[in-house]
Design a protein around this ligand. Sequence first.
Ligand SMILES: NC(=O)c1ccc[n+]([C@@H]2O[C@H](COP(=O)([O-])OP(=O)(O)OC[C@H]3O[C@@H](n4cnc5c(N)ncnc54)[C@H](O)[C@@H]3O)[C@@H](O)[C@H]2O)c1
Length: 297
Amino acid sequence: MGILDGRVVIVTGAGRGIGRAEALECARQGAAVVLAEFDPSPAYDVADEIIAAGGRAIVASGDVAETDFVDRVVASTVEEFGRLDALVNNAGILRTNELANMTDEEWDSVIRVHLRGHFVPTRAVCRYWRASGRPGRIVHTTSVAGLFGFYGQANYSAAKAGIAVLTATVASEMAQYGVTSNAIAPMALTRMTTDIVDDEHQAKNGEFLFLDADNVAPMVTYLCSADSGHISGKVFGVQGDSIEIFQPFTSAAEIKAGGRRWDPAELTDRVGELFEASGIPAGPENGVDKMRYKALG
Ligand SMILES: NC(=O)c1ccc[n+]([C@@H]2O[C@H](COP(=O)([O-])OP(=O)(O)OC[C@H]3O[C@@H](n4cnc5c(N)ncnc54)[C@H](O)[C@@H]3O)[C@@H](O)[C@H]2O)c1
């Protein structure tokens, strides 16, 4: 018995890294898995592994930011397995460069794959669940870069911040249909992070490989299950043996002009009250300093 017995899950970017681990764990927990992946070769390897272990998997090879492809994936999932229970939006790319050096292509490609690549599959499954009356689960993939900012990743952090807020908006719109929308901010040693992850972090933890992508999969699997129906609109940090919950942007202090419009010159004296009351520094902060685990950077 697994927590996803009889359920059907689509995982995007399931050929490698975190998506691969999520697809394998969902299958181990009893789900039929649709691997929506740009690169067919690793996706077929994952499907073979699932089928060899007695599970059910199919590969859909294409770009998750393409509406026609994604709509076909959702329709053929329902045709093949008779239902759809969960979507894991995971596919992503990285194009690191300081903003002043960043090309239009680096900006556009990252925004497209992450933000449009979350929007298009999310819209397709929301339409299916709204029309079918079935409950659903969506797990999005943001990043600490999107919550705190990350030097050299303006494109990626902007896309990931968009995904964190998309998570909350979809949660509020789809609650009436029994659909939940949550996000993870994972950390794992994958193709995406081999250049920036501190390898020694792995060795220090002895037998338990803290940054193994497999460690991200259990929370995602739980969020795809019937058991997590009361949780929606939340962002969870997931890495190693740790699961955190992040506080969304919250108003921390307020100043008021007293029933009239502010004069800009007054603000020279008064804006400091916001920083004093909240304890927030006025200058730029390094997002990396806010991370509980500093395996990157
Ligand atoms: N690895 C980390 O520490 C880390 C940290 C924060 C967030 N993330 C996020 O986790 C997700 C997975 O990252 P990963 O580290 O496993 O990366 P990865 O490069 O190992 O795997 C990403 C997979 O997505 C696929 N993909 C890329 N663009 C696609 C598209 N348009 N359509 C379909 N498939 C596509 C790739 O072919 C690849 O198989 C990403 O969204 C990433 O931003 C990862």
